[in-house]
Write a protein that binds this ligand. Structure first.
Ligand code: DGL
Length: 263
């Protein structure tokens, strides 16, 4: 397939991944799909998330013939990656919690995983912790409010700082939380509010996410591919209707997505 790189998330979170890929592959055409009709994923059950993601990616892939699919969502990736990979006719890159780089840099050996409620309960996360952070205490916390805060920020709304404080407190208040030095932003919405989280942290914490690694992986998979001419206009697709995307237009343009379409 010779089409664009296709990104999928429930909302705007995947833009944190798109940004890293766009920097690495400046000429690649990009299509970003926000499954706004299914937002949020993090409070839904596994079967529902799997069915949505598989159905939507099947339809999008048929229509757009992408060169590569990036599931720019930890919730969808930790739940559905294993189901969609074998059935899609294109390579699929997932977004999984950056537990490995967090464990590599933690001095205190206490790391936090801040994701959605659905992500932090996935066996995938327990497996990553056992494999890459076996000698660390791994604290987990799911926050739907933080997902909403990132959406609101990109719509240009003011978010009360208690939301950020509350999300961090969910980790810091756990046994061992006083020694936590690295926090994995295990939801793609959260790097969009990393500055706000850092501003309310009671002491300096290191925040890590997987975007740079995903960009490297995309560049590797698409090595040798040329996209002649200037980069095509980026396209944002909303499954819940364009109206829902209207307030996001300025933010979308900041990420190079000039066109907004319905799906
Ligand atoms: N951005 C998504 C993630 O990385 C989830 C947000 C949601 O709850 O829909 O997990």
């Amino acid at each position: 397939m010779s089409g664009p790189i296709l990104f999928l998330d429930s909302g705007v979170g995947g833009l944190s991944v798109l940004r890293a890929v766009a920097e690495r592959l400046p000429d690649a055409p990009l299509v970003y799909c926000a499954d706004s009709a299914g937002f949020p994923y993090g409070t839904k059950g596994e079967a529902e998330v799997s069915a949505r993601v598989a159905g939507l990616l099947g339809r999008l892939t048929e229509r757009l013939q992408p060169s590569l699919v990036v599931i720019a969502c930890n919730t969808a990736s930790t739940i559905a990656l294993g189901y969609v990979r074998p059935v899609l006719p294109v390579a699929v890159v997932g977004t999984v919690p950056a537990i490995k780089p967090a464990a590599e840099t933690s001095v205190s050996r206490v790391i936090g995983v801040l994701g959605t409620e659905a992500t932090v309960r996935q066996p995938y996360v327990a497996e990553l912790s056992a494999r890459f952070a076996g000698d660390c205490r791994v604290l987990k916390h799911g926050s739907a409010a933080l997902v909403e805060a990132a959406e609101a920020k990109l719509r240009g709304e003011v978010v009360d700082s208690s939301v950020y404080r509350g999300a961090l407190e969910g980790l810091l208040a756990q046994p061992g939380g006083d020694r936590m030095d690295v926090v994995v932003l295990a939801c793609t919405h959260f790097p969009l509010v990393a500055e706000e989280l850092a501003a309310v942290a009671p002491r300096p914490l290191r925040f890590v996410d997987g975007a740079a690694g995903i960009a490297r992986r995309c560049a590797h998979l698409l090595e040798g591919r040329n996209w002649p001419g200037a980069r095509a206009e980026g396209i944002a697709i909303f499954t819940g209707g364009i109206a829902g995307g209207a307030a996001l237009r300025p933010a979308l343009q900041g990420f190079g997505l000039q066109r907004v379409e319905d799906f």
